[in-house]
Ligand binder design. Structure first.
Ligand code: NI
Length: 137
């Protein structure tokens, strides 16, 4: 927590939403609602701040896919070679006979990286993908 003054504010929420929120707080291990709300706000601010296309960001792209799916490996490799200037590291895990998990660490302009990750995540054969960023000043 920063050394700035704490300010209180009231939040109205319907009961069922609040019950779900309390359940989440318990699962995640937050000490109280305030700490959970602060974290949610911080996340929202990070997500919002890198919506600026020209912002420099660093982050990771996680991809989960079946390498037997036609052309998926070849297309992923081809896209990554086009983006070699933005890729800091790549790690590939062979999870089982079919499935691969790939972690790509990237750094560059928000707009370019978003396009890059969208291209891979939306690819046929990619079952799950997630792009996580931290703003870099
Ligand atoms: Ni593999």
């Amino acid at each position: 927590m920063s050394d700035s003054t704490l300010r209180r504010f009231g939040v109205s929420m319907d009961e069922s939403l609040l019950a779900q929120f309390d359940e989440l707080i318990k699962e995640k291990g937050y000490e109280n609602r305030s700490e959970a709300v602060r974290d949610l706000v911080r996340n929202a601010l990070v997500n919002q701040s890198w919506e600026d296309d020209e912002q420099d960001v660093a982050g990771s792209i996680l991809l989960f896919y079946d390498h037997h799916q036609t052309d998926v490996m070849q297309e992923l490799t081809s896209i990554q070679h086009d983006m070699h200037h933005a890729i800091l590291a790549t790690t590939h895990f062979h999870l089982d006979h079919h499935n691969c998990l790939e972690l790509i660490v990237v750094k560059g302009k928000a707009k370019e990286l978003r396009g890059f990750s969208d291209q891979m995540i939306s690819m046929k054969g990619v079952k799950y993908g997630k792009f996580t960023v931290a703003p870099v000043k």
